[in-house]
Each structure stands twice: as C-alpha cells, then as structure tokens.
Write a protein that binds this ligand. Structure first.
Ligand code: GLU
Length: 424
C-alpha cells in the first residue's frame, strides 16, 4: 500500500490555490519571487516527513526566525534577563508597528519587530556582530538538519529600505533597552531574516519545537523543554500579529508567519507544519498558506483545543508470573507518563491492588516521563514498599536514573523482564 498522506496533502494544495494577495514589495528583492510557488511539508515529532508542491524552492526565513532567536536568547541569557528586556503581551498590531511599553520602552513581545530586534540584541551582546549572526545561522542549521546560507542579495535589498527598523532600533536604544549600536542590530537582524530555507527546513524546525526541543531526525536536544514552552506560548498569543485571535480560534495551531510567504505551525507533542506561498494578505501572511493551515486543522483535528485523551492507555498489560511467594505482578506501561496518565496508573494500583507480594513496573514501552510522572511513580513505589510489597522496575531506557523514592528505599532496576526473571 502507498501511504495516503502525500496524496491527501496534494489534494489540500490543489484545493487551496488562490491568486489573491500581493508579493511583499517593501523589500524590493522579495517582489521578484515567483508568485505561483506553493509548498506544504509536515514533519511528525517522530521525524516522519511528508512534503508536496514546490518544497525545494528556497526563500528567506524573515519573521519565522523570530521564535527561534527568542529561544536562543532565553537559552543563552536566561529567562529573567530576557523577560526584563522583552514582555510577552500580544500587541494586536502589525509586525512593524512602533509599539513599546509606555515609560519603559520595553517591546511588548518578541514576535513583533521591536521585540525581535531586542532579542537579536540579547544574542549579540558581548559578541562581534558577525559572531552573533553566525550563531543564529548555525542554530537555524541544526534545527533544519542542514547547513543554511544567508541570501546576501535579499539582506542588502532590505538594508537599503530598512527605515522603520532603523527607527525602531534607535528608539529602543534611546530607551536603553539595549546598549549596543542600533545599526549593528538592524544589520544583524536583517541578515538573520535573510537565511534561506525550504518548507522542509521550516517543518523540521517546527517539529523540533513540537518534540520538546529535540530535533526529530538528528535526535539532538537543541532547546530545553522550558525554552520550548515559553517560545510556543508567545507564538500562540502573538505569532500572527493583529490576526492572532482569529487564527487561534479558527486554526488553533501556534504559528509564525513571515513576509516572504513562509508559515510554520506547531502542534505540541505531535507535529510541525510549514507552508510557503509568497502572495500575502493584509496582515502580511501568505494567502494560500493560511488556507492550507485552515484546511489541515479542520480535516485532521489539529486544533490545539481539540486535544485527544491520552491518559487511559498507560497500562498496556497487567500479568502475573510464577506462583506463591515468588509470584510477581507485572504492570507494563506505555506512552508518555505525564500527570493524567500517572493518575490513571495510581488509580489502577489503588483500585486493584496486586494480589502478589512482588510488583514490577515495566517501562520498556514508555516513551517519555515528565518530572511529574517520575515523582508520582517514585512516590507510588515508596508507598507500596512501605505497605510491604517488593517493588522492582524494568527500565531499559533509563527513565529513572536515580530511583530515589524518598522513603529510604531504591527499587532494583532491570534492563528487561528476562533479566528480572533470571536474577530473582
Ligand atoms: N525582515 C522583515 C522586517 O523586519 C521581516 C518581517 C516579517 O517577516 O514579518 O520587516
């Protein structure tokens, strides 16, 4: 059988063809794009890639770079310093609006240009300008999983007409939002916006955010979970500028658009999506891209608020081995252990206590354990131990590296059920 997914995505592209909208022309070089290009790529958090249309067409990343550079600033400077400089409130205004907090001059959020310039300044501070741009290019490259280059022609073209960004950067400097030279910041920011990408690159970047900061193909942890959570929160409320509310209620996928026609969307824990088509609507967002996202969200139940119930399947199987005092109840767990799945597990043990003296939790099929899942599991093991049960863990992937229950008891850990059987 051939996977139906590429056929479905091709159908979506065909259904969303629309020649309304106009190319961005305030950056002269962007007005040279082929207006009919249209591409759509999906990358799952597991790294499966589905891609259709003009997915080899390269375009400059523009504002889609903003969430990633914000993430880099958070990672390098820490939350306190970044939040001091850039707020996280939606501005409800266009991307290039001169909207700063009254009195302090603090940009309202990192998705509008004022905040993105300040995020670039945070990355730049203490570095030479070329080093800052290089660290951004290299971050975007690891997110995409290939070496990306800067389109110097687009950068030069934008620099020639960057009146608003120059004004904004000077205003920010005037408010002492940063101390570095505003011209260096504008130039660095514009070069950051001129990194060239395809929808495949963007979808991989988006999928990295969907997968809690782990690039799904290379397996590299690029952003910490905390940084990802912050970046996605800000994208949800501010990513689509003055259309953020409409976008969240109708499409429901945290997203970021750019004036060259790219859009990324992230469904946390599930997938990253990228669309490209250069004709823009009045918000500066790709017309066909918006249509494709809307269609995908509706057809595939991708709206964030349309969440599946994931907890109930945590206990894959419960079985009992051996007889008499040697008998052991094995609870084979699966999926992700977060709060609600750990709660299902606790309830399973409380409502139906094991009839044996020995109990094993087998984590072989557990994909990830959040800190709350780890705490609840260890607490449960400690309490069961206090009740007189002998509890062990099968944990081949090392989900519980230091299984300290806080009850003066550490359960024995085995790599497999076979090993557990052989050793007991
Ligand atoms: N480099 C563009 C600017 O600052 C990016 C804007 C966008 O993509 O929304 O004007």
């Amino acid at each position: 059988m051939r996977s139906p997914l590429p056929d479905y995505l091709t159908e979506v592209l065909e259904a969303c063809v629309d020649d309304s909208g106009a190319l961005a022309d305030y950056i002269p070089e962007l007005a040279k794009a082929d207006p009919d290009r249209f591409a759509l790529t999906l990358v799952t958090a597991e790294g499966a890639i589905y891609s259709v249309g003009d997915d080899d067409t390269e375009f400059t990343i523009q504002s889609v770079s903003k969430p990633f550079v914000y993430g880099l600033a958070l990672q390098e400077r820490g939350f306190d310093q970044v939040l001091d400089v850039i707020d996280v409130e939606p501005s409800g205004e266009a991307f290039n609006e001169v909207s700063l907090e009254r009195n302090t001059g603090r940009p309202l959020n990192p998705m509008i240009n004022a905040g993105a310039l300040a995020a670039h300044a945070l990355v730049l501070h203490g570095r030479r300008p070329e080093e800052a741009v290089e660290s951004i290019r290299s971050l975007l490259s690891s997110l995409a999983g290939r070496d990306l280059v800067i389109d110097e022609k687009v950068a030069t073209s934008e620099l020639g007409t960057a009146y608003r960004n120059v004004a904004l950067a000077n205003l920010l400097r005037g408010y002492e939002v940063f101390e570095d030279d505003p011209d260096e910041i504008v130039e660095g920011y514009i070069r950051q916006c001129s990194v060239t990408v395809t929808t495949k690159d963007l979808a991989l970047m988006a999928a990295t955010l969907a997968a809690g900061g782990v690039q799904p193909v290379s397996g590299e942890q690029i952003f910490s979970r905390d940084v990802v959570r912050q970046v996605l929160s800000v994208m949800t409320t501010c990513g689509m500028y003055d259309a953020a509310g409409d976008w969240l209620s109708t499409v429901g996928i945290p997203a970021k658009s750019g004036v060259s026609g790219g859009i990324i969307g992230i469904l946390p824990g599930q997938l990253g999506i990228a669309a490209y088509s250069p004709r823009l609507d009045e918000h500066g967002t790709s017309v066909q891209g918006v249509a494709a996202f809307g269609r995908l969200s509706r057809d595939m139940n991708l709206h964030l608020m349309d969440a599946p119930i994931v907890a109930h399947s945590v206990v894959r199987r419960k079985r009992v081995w051996g007889e008499g005092d040697d008998a052991v109840t094995v609870l084979e767990l699966q999926g992700d252990l977060q709060f609600t799945s750990a709660e299902v597990l606790v309830r399973a043990v409380v409502d139906e206590p094991p009839a044996t003296k020995r109990l094993a939790f087998d984590l072989s099929l557990v994909r990830a354990i959040l800190p709350v899942g780890r705490r609840m599991l260890l607490e449960m093991i400690g309490r069961l131990h206090r009740d007189g049960l002998e509890v062990v863990v099968v944990d081949p992937d090392g989900h519980l590296p230091e299984p300290d229950t806080g009850y003066g008891f550490r359960p024995r850990v085995y790599a497999s059920q076979d090993e557990m059987e052989a050793r007991s």
